[in-house]
Design a protein around this ligand. Structure first.
Ligand code: MG
Length: 393
């Protein structure tokens, strides 16, 4: 149901009852297929997101019961052999090899919880080292980085290099802060990953990683510089657009639990409304399609000429094709003739409609959909002036 037909719309989040219908948001333009506050714009799909639960549209990769979604990263593959623990976690078996998802993913939102060993053994990169690799290629470091920070006296309880501590994009970018909890405590990563985009061998976009460590922003849309490795700067290189997520075996009994992933669209998939990949031909095509769908429901022959006119003004806000403009012109003439035939008392009952049409005309002219000389606007302004509709009573 079109709520506007009930005379309702939302103003700054508040429901307001008004007597007017018509255009009010800036119209579609060369880069935007939809108007501002466009009621025709598709609404997002509903999901559920209950406290402490994965979102309803997430793919569950590990819920504590089995490793069915995983296999070994070893050459030749084979089953994942990490240990399932009784508390719903899995634990790296050092030397068994990393694990990767059987399914492949591209751009994603990933939730994963991890804990470094409670009993600290080793130091530096040897304390609970593992890693989360979206697309098996870009490492968000997992490491016991508790008390890695430099103390005021210059000492350091858990020395390490900055681009290798927990939540670093390994070898590239340290976390913004060290949000690491104590050894043995459960921690979370929420990762938003966008893969690089290539046009042949030419890099169009390097991809990005945003990471929340224990709910704290530690990687702020970091644009990747390379494929993760040790010691070297390894250039980005094209790869398939879907690859498995992998977890690293670095020889330490690091634990993981509660792993889920949601595939998300790349902003480069949006070619019809703003953003870096907008394509004016795609915008125009969608505007024309929307106009066509609205025109199919516009019913210009409706005896309610104001209603028919409102619907046709909406059509031309998307597409000023001659066939639509011709109908708008005809409807405008007929409606203005109807108003001009009313006497000075009867016209008063049309004040709301006339002001509504002025509002729509204002939207169309301020967005240069039609010129200020648009005949409907000229006529409406004449009627407003002649009947003092612009004066408050
Ligand atoms: Mg690692």
């Amino acid at each position: 149901m079109d709520v506007r037909k009930l005379g309702l719309f939302s103003v700054c989040g508040m429901s307001a009852i008004v007597s007017l219908a018509g255009l009010y948001g800036d119209t579609p333009d060369a880069r935007h297929a939809w108007a501002v506050h466009d009621w025709n714009r598709p609404l997002p799909a509903k999901i559920t997101a209950e406290p402490g639960q994965p979102p309803s549209d997430a793919v569950i990769l590990f819920d504590g019961s089995n490793l069915d979604a995983w296999e070994s990263t070893k050459r030749g593959g084979g089953p994942a052999t990490w240990k399932i623990l009784e508390d719903g976690a899995m634990e790296v078996i050092g030397g068994s090899g990393g694990i990767k998802t059987k399914a492949a993913f591209g751009d994603c939102q990933l939730h994963i919880e991890w804990a470094s060993p409670k009993e600290v053994k080793g130091s530096g990169q040897g304390r609970g080292n593992s890693g989360v690799f979206p697309m098996n290629s870009y490492e968000v470091q997992v490491l016991d980085s508790y008390e890695t920070e430099l103390l005021p006296d210059g000492s350091n309880k858990n020395p390490n290099y900055a681009d290798g501590q927990a939540s670093a994009i390994y070898g590239e970018n340290p976390p913004l802060v060290n949000a690491c909890r104590a050894p043995g405590e459960w921690q979370s990563y929420d990762i938003i990953f966008h893969q690089p985009i290539w046009e042949g061998d030419k890099l169009k976009y390097p991809g990005s990683m945003t990471v929340l460590h224990n709910g704290v922003l530690t990687q702020d849309h970091w644009e990747m510089e390379g494929l993760s490795t040790h010691c070297r700067r390894r250039a980005l290189a094209p790869h398939p657009t879907k690859l498995p997520l992998s977890l690293q075996d670095h020889g330490n009994p690091t634990r993981f639990r509660n792993i889920w992933i949601r595939e998300i669209p790349s902003r480069y998939e949006n070619t019809t409304h703003g953003g870096p990949a907008v394509n004016e031909a795609d915008v125009l095509a969608l505007r024309q399609k929307t106009a066509g769908e609205l025109f199919a429901k516009a019913n210009p022959a409706d005896s309610n000429k104001k209603g028919a006119l409102d619907r046709m003004l909406e059509v031309i806000s998307y597409d000023t094709a001659d066939q639509y403009m011709k109908i708008v012109d005809e409807l405008s003439k007929a409606y203005i003739a109807e108003l001009d035939a009313l006497d000075s008392t009867a016209i008063q009952s049309r004040k709301g409609d006339v002001l509504s049409l002025k509002g729509s005309c204002d939207v169309l002219t301020r967005n240069a959909v039609v010129p200020e000389t648009f005949p409907l606007k000229v006529a409406v302004l004449r009627i407003i002036k002649a009947n003092d509709f612009d004066k408050k009573k």
